[in-house]
Design a protein around this ligand. Structure first.
Ligand code: SAM
Length: 213
């Protein structure tokens, strides 16, 4: 993602405490209290400009959503967008996913979405891929036993790598699609990147992963 310098971004984000959580560690294990309900918690890692998570929150008022994005210059669009939508079941964190276990307790998260994450094609950067074992270990520790990871990408090599990484870790796969937009799946909500790739006629790969019981 191209990052434009937006020195005003953090100020704007922080001016919306109703949607942006500045100190997420304070809420570790207490997100139900934050959302004031006991609804399931779905987290999108690398949320970018937040189109997916905002539309999901609109479509599923019975679920609480949290989008995590590292860069404020990108996240600011998501915050602006959701302020317009006035969703009460959505929060954004400006954080590195590397620290995700500081924000959620064991068994607190029902689902993790990983959408069009950076492929980091060089082997020496494999550890930065959000489906690397390094991250899977963290996801496992915050996911409920019945929890799932839902993953979409346009990148075939990353998809193959992620299948290997997830299954070697001990996840099982279901609803695997090698061409999502020409599949039977209904109710798919597109991310920003997905829309861009779909407009170019590119194929989208998708899978769901769950832990062995
Ligand atoms: N998910 C969005 C979509 O599908 O349109 C954005 C995709 S973009 C290629 C990947 C995003 O993940 C970028 O905004 C990047 O900053 C974010 N990202 C990558 N690694 C991250 C990390 N370790 N922590 C937080 N965000 C991360």
């Amino acid at each position: 993602m191209r990052l434009r310098n937006k020195p005003w971004a953090m100020e704007l984000i922080e001016s919306h405490p109703e949607i942006f959580e500045r100190f997420p560690s304070d809420w570790q294990g207490r997100w139900q209290e934050k959302f004031d309900n006991k609804n399931p918690l779905y987290v999108e890692v690398g949320t970018g400009k937040g189109q997916f998570v905002t539309r999901m929150a609109e479509a599923h008022s019975e679920v609480n959503f949290i989008g995590i994005e590292k860069y404020e210059s990108v996240l600011v669009t998501g915050v602006q967008r959701s302020v317009d939508c006035r969703q009460t079941n959505l929060r954004f964190l400006q954080e590195d996913v590397m620290n995700i276990t500081d924000f959620f307790q064991k068994d607190e998260v029902d689902r993790i979405y990983i959408n069009f994450t950076d492929p980091w094609p060089k082997n020496k950067h494999a550890k930065r891929r959000l489906t690397h074992e390094f991250f899977l270990e963290k996801y496992e520790s915050i996911l409920k036993k019945s929890g799932e990871i839902h993953f979409k990408t346009d990148n075939q090599a990353l998809f193959e790598y992620s299948i290997e990484s997830l299954t070697q870790y001990g996840f099982r796969l279901k609803n695997v699609s090698l061409d999502l937009h020409n599949s039977a799946m209904t109710g798919n909500i597109m991310t920003e990147y997905e829309q861009k790739f779909a407009n170019k006629g590119m194929r989208i790969y998708r899978l769901e992963a769950y832990l062995r019981s």
